[in-house]
Design a protein around this ligand. Structure first.
Ligand SMILES: [Zn+2]
Ligand SMILES: [Zn+2]
Length: 229
């Protein structure tokens, strides 16, 4: 018998949102969402062949861990989450991030913080995607969210394709909030990482504010396909 709840809220694939028989990933998303299980780079968090570390200029964070590659079903999910104002997707995303934290990180964390959005983006969506993920993880891990970072009021940066430009603008994009203080190990949350530039800029600021070590955790890592050699 179909109940009203199923009729009003039919079970959907958490990745693409298609209605299915159960609340679980559909076949297509299961096949296309690549979860970052197994051996990953202990610094940038992706498979060794996709490593985007910068050996000559190490990141300000100890390591990044990501739950998925930013592709296929995982990309669809992030786009739904960010572009269609779908905050209800945060618990599923945070659960997948939690798996990574529990499997790969050891030690205690004094605080969870996140890579801030511009005020304009937050107003447009009605929420901050990274803050919401931080709040979900905070509840799961019982570690407080401490808001220590803010966006600079620099003119809105366009998406920078050029890696050097991204690194430069990332540094200018963030600043510490007045009186922000951290200590011990801090978890830094964001939805997607591409070059690690934003995470690096934010981690450097958190360390300036007293954090000893910063561990980044993102839902997805976007990597460029390397040309075959
Ligand atoms: Zn799906
Ligand atoms: Zn790496």
């Amino acid at each position: 018998m179909i109940n009203l709840r199923t009729l009003l809220f039919p079970p959907r694939c958490p990745f693409c949102g298609r209605v299915g028989k159960r609340e679980e990933p559909c076949k297509r998303c299961k096949a296309s969402a690549r979860e970052l299980t197994g051996e990953v780079c202990k610094c940038c968090g992706v498979l060794p062949e996709d490593c985007f570390c910068r050996p000559l200029k190490p990141f300000a964070f100890e390591r990044n861990i990501s739950a998925f590659y930013y592709a296929g079903g995982a990309r669809t999910l992030v786009l739904r989450y960010k572009e269609r104002s779908a905050p209800q997707l945060a618990p599923f995303m945070a659960k997948r991030m939690l798996r990574q934290i529990e499997g790969r990180l050891e030690g205690d964390f004094s605080a969870i913080t996140f890579v801030p959005n511009t005020m304009r983006a937050t107003l447009r969506r009605g929420y901050s995607p990274a803050r919401l993920l931080a709040q979900e993880l905070s509840g799961m891990l019982d570690i407080p969210v401490v808001e220590g970072l803010a966006r600079n009021h620099a003119p809105q940066q366009k998406y920078q394709k050029n890696a050097a430009a991204r690194w430069k603008s990332a540094k200018e994009n963030y600043l510490l909030r007045n009186g922000a203080t951290f200590f011990g190990n801090v978890l830094l949350v964001d939805d997607v990482t591409t070059t690690g530039a934003s995470l690096d800029a934010c981690a450097a600021l958190l360390k300036k504010a007293g954090a000893e070590r910063v561990y980044a955790v993102t839902f997805a890592a976007s990597v460029k396909k390397k040309k075959p050699r």
